[in-house]
Write a protein that binds this ligand. Structure first.
Ligand code: PGA
Length: 254
């Protein structure tokens, strides 16, 4: 069976390279645990090389975002091929904090194709802004998934694709305000149904679904057990080595 997937989204933290060095040293103390997972770390870009040097035996490099276009000249852009040459293996695409700055489903779909061209795995983020009693958020989710994954070749592209379900209302919250396992299961069933409609059952089953949004040590085991997810995309808790280790343990205890 494939290893559980754990992605650390460091966002714009830690605040300096030396603080990142401290975190990396702490993480490397649990290297043997992390080797049991497919672990990806998405640091701020200037830390890529440090992360690569210090975690090479237990983690892969990931991106928090990247520009879709690599043709032509683009002042200020770091394009996918450059990033690939640093050893980047996965890209988070369409994170809600990027969508809030103007990223559209269409640009997400373009980035997925650019990642495929560069041989980088796409971790496409989807999630409703809020929930309502009538279940209208499911329609929002369906639309977001369909448009964000538009134009993919079901035979050749799906092995390079994963989804992260990140309900926006849950991101950055504490475990008490996080999604319940029952609600997470319901959303995962719905996402799988949309994927089956798009790609057929056999292919849809090969797309791992991760959960992100207030994953903390205290709720990780309940969120992973029986909800149908294959791992986590972790924000704030990935900056604390002890919390992150506990979350990793929850993925292999199942
Ligand atoms: P969080 O962030 O774990 O801090 O909620 C997750 C994310 O934004 O990817």
């Amino acid at each position: 069976m494939a290893k559980p997937i754990l992605v650390a989204n460091w966002k714009n933290h830690p605040g300096s390279l030396s603080e990142a060095g401290v975190l990396l040293k702490q993480l490397s103390g649990s290297a043997r645990l992390y080797q049991k997972l497919s672990l990806f770390i998405a640091p701020p870009l200037p830390y890529l090389e440090s992360v690569s040097l210090r975690t090479g035996n237990f983690a892969h490099l990931a991106l928090q975002d990247f520009p879709a276009s690599s043709d032509g000249t683009h002042t200020g852009m770091v394009t996918p091929d450059i990033l690939k040459s640093f050893g980047v293996k996965l890209a988070i695409i369409g994170h809600s904090e990027r969508r809030a700055l103007g990223e559209t489903n269409d640009s997400v779909a373009q980035k997925v194709k650019a990642a495929l061209r560069s041989g980088i795995l796409s971790l496409v983020c989807v999630g409703e802004l809020s929930r309502d009693q009538d279940g209208e958020h499911f329609e929002f989710l369906r639309e977001q998934i369909k448009l964000s994954l538009a134009g993919l070749n079901r035979k050749t592209d799906i092995s390079k694709l994963a989804l992260a379900y990140e309900p926006v209302w849950a991101i950055g919250k504490r475990a008490d305000d996080a999604i319940t396992p029952a609600d997470l299961s319901q959303s995962v069933i719905f996402i799988k149904k949309v994927l089956v409609d798009m790609f057929g059952r056999t292919i849809a089953e090969r797309i791992p679904i991760l959960y992100g949004g207030a994953v903390e040590p205290v709720d990780a085991t309940a969120l992973f057990g029986g909800t149908g997810i294959k791992g986590f995309l972790v924000g704030h808790a990935s900056l604390n080595a002890k919390s992150f280790k506990t979350i990793a343990e929850s993925l292999i205890r199942k």
